[in-house]
Each structure stands twice: as C-alpha cells, then as structure tokens.
Ligand binder design. Structure first.
Ligand SMILES: NC(=O)c1ccc[n+]([C@@H]2O[C@H](COP(=O)([O-])OP(=O)(O)OC[C@H]3O[C@@H](n4cnc5c(N)ncnc54)[C@H](O)[C@@H]3O)[C@@H](O)[C@H]2O)c1
Ligand SMILES: O=C(O)[C@H](O)COP(=O)(O)O
Length: 524
C-alpha cells in the first residue's frame, strides 16, 4: 500500500510508514492539478494545513482509504466529500496543543510589551525607551473564547502568571470550569471584562466572525486580542478599524482568513503583530504529530484500528482483532437482509447479545449498514454507509442485551417492513467463523459465502431432487446445502452455496418448480 505525504512533515512520519511496510512518497508543495494527477495511486494521504482536500481532488482519489491530518484543524479537508467517498479522516488532537498554547502566551507577552516593534526599533539604531511603555499581565483579566484542549492549557499558564481567567464556551460544564480554575461567562460579559482576549475554537458556522464589528464595539477599550486558532474567527476589516480608532490597543494574529497571507490591510498597523501560522511549529509538536499520524494511518490500513477519526467511530488496536470477525458477520447479515428484503426495509435494528454485547457496537452497526447499503450502490463502506442510510431515510437503532441466549454470542439484524419485522441472526463458531443461525423465523446453520441461492418452498418430499436436477441441467455445482423449516409441511428454507452464479433463466426455472414460493440469488 502507498502513502503520499503532501505537506512538509517531520521525517519520522515517513520512517514509521516504511517501518510498517508501507511505501511512501514525500511530495510537499504540489499544485492542486499536480496532486489531482497523482492522488489515484495512493491508499493514504498525510497532510498538514497547506494541502486542500477538495471534492474535485477526491474525484481522482480512486484508491484512497484514509486521510491523516498531522495536526488539529481539519478545515482544509472536505469531510463530507471524504465521507461520501468512503474515506476515513483522522487528526492528531493533542500532539501540538501545548506548543500552540505557548504561542498564544508568547503573543500575549509580545503585545503587552510591544516586543516586535521594540526589537525592530532597537536594531534600527534608535533607542526609543519611552515609546515602548508596556502593561503588566499580573492581575489582568484574560478572556478565553473556547476552553477545549488548547484553551485549557492557556488558562493554566495564565493562572500561573497570576491573571484572572474567564471563559466563554457553551460546551464548558460548570464542573470543568471549576477544575480549570476559570469563571464561565457569556460572550458579552467576556467582552466587557477582558483586558486580553484569546481565541481557541474551531472555525464553524457559529464561530465565524465571533469577533466582528458588533462584538469589538462591546469590548473594553484598550483590549488586546490574540488569535492562534483560525482565520475567519475575527472580522479582519473590523479589527483594522478598531486598531486605528484605539478601541483595540493591540492584536496578534497567527492565522488569517486567507492563507498564505502575503498581504493584509492589517500589516503595518500600529499595535498589530503577526506570525505565519506558526502555532504548531515547534520541533517537539511536529515530531509528536508526525509520529501520531503515521501510527494511526498505518494501524488503520494494516489492522483496521480507528483512532481519532472525524467521520467514523473509534476502534482501538486492542479491540480491532476482537471486533473484526463480528464485522465480517455483520456485513454478511446486512447483505442478506438487503438482498432479500430490498426496498421494503423501513428501519433497521442491530442487536448484540452474549460476548458480542461486551464489544463496541458502533463498528458492528457500521458493517451491517455497509452490507445493506452495498445492495443499492457501489463503493459503499463503513464510512459512507451511515450517510447513505440516512439519505434513504432509514432509521437505525442499536440494542445491547445483557443476557446470553442459545449462543455464546449473537448478532441479530431486524428490518421493519410493511409486512412486519423480519430478522436474521448469526454467531461466531470458534470465535472467528461467522455462521447464519436464523433466517426470518427459521433456524438454519449456514456459512454466507460466494454466490448463493435463497429458496423458500412448501416442505414436501421430492423437492430437493427436483432442485438438484434443475441446477445440474444449468451446469451449476452445489458447494453446500443448508435446510431449515418451521414445521413439517410448512415453509422450508434452503440456502445453497453454488460454485457459479445462477442466470436469470435458471432462477426462472427454479421459480417454476412445484411448491416454490420465493427464489433470491445472493452474493457475499
Ligand atoms: N495556530 C495553529 O497553528 C494551531 C495549532 C493547533 C490548533 N489550532 C486551532 O486551535 C483551535 C482549538 O483547538 P483545540 O485543540 O483546543 O480544539 P478543541 O476542540 O479541544 O476545543 C475547541 C473548543 O471550542 C469550543 N467551542 C466550539 N464552538 C464554540 C462557540 N461557538 N463558542 C465558544 N466556544 C466554542 C468547544 O466547546 C471546545 O471546548 C482549532 O481551531 C485548531 O484548528 C491552531
Ligand atoms: O490545526 C492545527 O493543527 C494547526 O493549525 C497547525 O497547522 P500546521 O500543521 O499547518 O502548522
């Protein structure tokens, strides 16, 4: 399998991919067209923030299974498009948080003491001691907008500097605020009270322009603002006006609405300082994120373990080998239900009992849906199957039973149809071998593999002979033959594994046999 590293990344990433037996190309700085030309060769793409993973690029990504972001922000990756293409997107949410928090603190000091301007003036031979009067941080109020990983670290450092820390974050619980030693406030209070404001939220529809002209007007006169999160959180034109008017005494931006920011009306404004998206740029952070992204991507490609995925449930390296056989079973049950009930399905319930109930149910449900949705469209996998199911209006529920039934472990898939609920269930023999044990109310024991036939007929002597003769005439060899029935003379079910698929004509002949109620050609 092949990996493309398309942004500048610590060499440890490539080393790890190679140590794990994956081929790697390091091609940072490609244009979008160049990237589109080569992306089809790769199974994995490792990026930082420079590569734009657009829907147009993904149209060319025929083999891509995973995109790994060596860093936190994934706003350069079109997650919805990646999900539609069945590509897992993962990031490294903690590897650069300390480094970025330290950059925010460095920016706060730089603003408080006008370090960049004082440095430039001194090195220009001026000795403007009285021009660069600063402010102390001790006793000042720092307003955090966003108190997640980075915001929390900034808070702890600021408390160490004897600042008062207040935080606006709708998802911050009172308990967590207490633990962090910060006061949870609403945005208007933060604006009214903070001497320094630092932003640490992702860029979303709710946070875009969170510091716009209105918000800046509500801020304390002389406030100093730091943004080491994402460009777009601050309205840059409004910030320029607020700096010019003196409403804002200083602003330090590491990130810009349009990057790389080769020009900006803010450049040269007194009180404004900037760095070129350096928040995560320390040796330590870059080694951390490179190692983490390479390990996560390799684990996924080689063992199916899913860590820090944005568009798929997690599955640890320990869980992966235990869950994997269930995923095979679940996918087969999904295929069986999809191929036999098709368009009639209104909702799906996935139930687990016995050993299966102790496992992470999400990947099992994902596999059921991948099998089921695979009956309706090509290139379905666990990433895009839930989306496709949702698009189809399929309601999906999960139930975990604590009791053990007739089997030590069981996965049951029930489809609600206009004729009522219809269930199939399977178990694992010897912990690894999936077996169907129930099909629509009939007990059976069958391996779901290759081309198969599902036949429902009225239980009567002579039927099996007629069936064998019909298949023989069509030159179809029977690999395994599994039978089940509810009662003598009632409906009987046959699941027959065949060595070659049955043609339409053969299916028609089978349907014409006496007592046959239903014939479905299946493929696993
Ligand atoms: N400059 C850099 O180089 C650099 C480096 C790393 C991370 N970042 C950026 O920093 C930001 C924060 O990263 P993190 O790891 O702390 O993320 P995080 O997910 O741990 O924290 C984000 C916090 O923002 C809060 N939030 C979400 N919506 C909000 C809203 N409308 N108002 C207020 N708070 C809201 C969330 O509740 C969460 O607590 C991200 O945008 C990330 O991309 C930048
Ligand atoms: O979200 C992040 O992790 C930062 O913005 C870092 O971006 P970078 O990897 O391009 O430095």
């Amino acid at each position: 399998m092949k990996i493309l590293i398309s942004d500048k990344m610590d060499p440890r990433a490539a080393e790890i991919f190679r140590e794990r037996g994956l081929e790697v190309d390091e091609l940072p700085g490609m244009s979008p067209d160049e990237l589109a030309r080569v992306i089809g060769e790769y199974d994995g793409l490792a990026v930082r923030s420079a590569t734009r993973v657009t829907p147009a690029l993904l149209e060319h990504a025929d083999n891509l299974k995973v995109i790994g972001r060596a860093g936190i922000g994934v706003d350069n990756i079109d997650i919805a498009a990646a999900s539609q293409h069945g590509i897992v997107v993962m990031n490294t949410p903690f590897g650069n948080s300390i480094t970025t928090a330290e950059h925010a603190i460095a920016m706060m000091f730089a603003l408080a003491r006008q370090l960049p301007a004082a440095d430039a003036s001194t090195q220009a031979g001026k000795w403007e001691k009285s021009k660069f009067m600063g402010v102390e941080l001790t006793g000042k109020t720092l307003g955090l907008i966003g108190a997640g990983n980075i915001g929390s670290i900034v808070a702890s450092r600021a408390l160490g500097l004897k600042m008062k820390v207040i935080a606006y974050d709708p998802f911050l619980t009172p308990e967590r605020a207490l633990e962090l030693g910060v006061e949870k406030v609403d945005l208007d209070s933060l604006l009214a009270r903070a001497d320094f404001i630092t932003l640490h939220t992702p860029l979303t529809d709710q946070t875009r322009g969170i510091l716009d002209a209105d918000a800046l007007a509500k801020a304390k006169t002389g406030v100093r603002i730091i943004n080491c999160a994402r460009g777009g959180l601050i309205d840059e034109a409004a910030l320029k006006e607020a700096l010019d008017s003196g409403k804002v005494a200083g602003a330090a931006l590491d990130v810009f609405e349009n990057e790389p920011a080769h020009e900006s009306p803010l450049f040269g404004t007194p009180g404004f300082i900037s760095t070129p998206h350096l928040g995560a740029s320390t040796t330590e952070a870059q080694v951390n994120v490179a190692i983490q992204v390479a390990e996560q991507m390799s684990d996924f490609l080689l063992s199916g373990a899913v860590t820090n995925a944005i568009n798929m449930p997690s599955l640890t390296a320990e869980e992966a080998p235990r869950v994997k056989p269930y995923m095979g079973l679940a996918e087969s049950l999904g295929k069986l239900v999809g191929q036999t009930l098709g368009e009639q399905i209104e909702s799906i319930a996935v139930e687990v009992e016995g050993d299966a109930a102790e496992l992470n149910i999400k990947p099992i449900t994902g596999a059921v849906l991948a099998g089921l949705m695979g009956s309706y469209s090509d290139s379905v996998n666990m990433v895009n199957a839930p989306l496709l199911a949702k698009d189809r209006g399929l309601d999906v529920s999960e139930v975990r039973h604590s009791h053990e039934g007739d089997y030590h472990t069981l996965v049951r898939v029930t489809a609600r149809t206009p004729d009522g609920p219809r269930s199939v269930a399977g178990t694992l023999f010897g912990h690894n071998n999936p077996r169907l044990v129930h099909i629509f109310g009939v007990g059976i024991e069958a391996e779901l593999t290759g081309p198969m036939l599902y036949i429902v007929n009225t239980d009567a002597p002579g039927f099996i002979g007629a069936l064998g003769t019909t298949l023989g005439k069509a030159d179809i060899n029977i690999a395994t033959f599994n039978l089940g029935r509810r009662k003598v003379g009632g409906a009987a079910v046959a699941l027959i594994a065949i060595d070659s698929p049955a043609s339409r004509e053969t299916i028609r002949r089978l349907c014409e046999l006496e007592g046959v109620r239903e014939v479905v050609a299946l493929r696993f």
